[in-house]
Design a protein around this ligand. Sequence first.
Ligand code: ITT
Length: 197
Amino acid sequence: MKILLATTNRFKVREITEIIPDVEFLAISDFTDHWEVEEVGATFEENSLLKAKTAAHYFGIISIADDSGLEIPILSYFPGVQSSRFLEDRPFEEKMKAVLERMSSFDKPEERVARFRTVATYYDPLTGQSLSAEGVVEGSIAERISGDNGFGYDPIFIPKGFDRTFGELSDIIKNNFSHRSRAFHKLFERIKSEALP
Ligand code: ITT
């Protein structure tokens, strides 16, 4: 069975194919270069369902989408569900600098706490069944931008128990325990036991 990954983010496609190596995934980029679903939901779960359902109905194939973001409790969970719209279309370097700037007056370890959250949603266009799973990784916001592995906010996020950012750690390490890895492993357990034939 082939499953469509309803994302235009090629880094996510690479991570997910490494996290779940025994499933054959297709990507939106296999079909079109023009795909956009407006993320109008108020939660990661709503947006991941919206992205999966829209692609599943359009392409007529079971689809999975992931909606993710960085949450910084001391900044009222900013950028959170707005992660992709914050300074939209600006380079990531600029977005990360803006986050570090907002964090500049917080230097206690407990003030720099942050987490990445992913909700992954499966949608079958024939049965209308949807299944979701969430994954979280705890950590903190670094003092500066470091490393160029991964993508997005990885160079300013230090996962708990490490002294380097996701940008400095290898993909193998990140994919071993990341928010995305936790969400997709849980989702595939649910698919195996709950997906309708
Ligand atoms: P799709 O909606 O097409 O999947 P996207 O990149 O817009 O792609 P999201 O809406 O889920 O995906 O992303 C929210 C933001 O959070 C976006 O700016 C990402 O770059 C960032 N992000 C998501 N996962 C991340 C990760 O594992 N590491 C660092 N940043 C991440």
